[in-house]
Design a protein around this ligand. Sequence first.
Ligand SMILES: [Zn+2]
Length: 248
Amino acid sequence: MSLDFSEEESRRYSRNVMLPEVGRDGQARWRAARVAVVGAGGIGSAVLYYLAAAGVGQISIIDGDAVETSNLQRQILHDVKDLGRRKVESAWETITALNPHCRLQLHDLRLDAANIRDILKENELVLDASDNFETRLLVADCCWLDKKTLISAAVGGFHGLLMVMDPGPGNPCYRCLLPQGPPPAPQEGILGAVAGVMGCLQATEALKLLLGRKSDLTRQLLSYDALKCRFRHVQREKKPDCPLCGQG
Ligand SMILES: [Zn+2]
């Protein structure tokens, strides 16, 4: 891993490098990192922008949708001129304008059982910012079986959830908490700023993990209630009868 930075990179990342927890070594780790983000929507907009701004070297963006007017109240990577464009292309343009050092791998598709392993293969860390439980369970299963750490963020209404699935011994997986996902619910509103908060928290956890630090969310979930402006930690248990990580 090279510790050499160009003059422009040194200026760009000077406030990162000043942090004793980061330094040149941490900045070099971020530059060498390969991270996948599933979803370039409300949460994805915040997480992608901050990961790129921090100097993460390679980001795979996976999203199979086009930009719609109803996305614009929360999906801040996209704007009016992007209406009708593929979200991955719009995201590429915004992120590249911010940090051209960041290499972006674009996947304009929906993940399925046939393509997911190949797409996530070269990434050391996966961030789920998707908007449906079919994808969430698929990503959670694939990451667990392929021993990749997964950071999962979700929002609905004025609430947000964040958790980290580290496939180490004794740690719970996603299905320990939600074996089959929640029952189907009608589409609900989302406050855009709440999606932004959860994306920022997810980016922060990702950057810490890439520095080699442990996450406190491996055995807990973080719940955010925006109406009460309250964060809570809730213990997550490993279930012996879990369909994914349990015995048998
Ligand atoms: Zn489990």
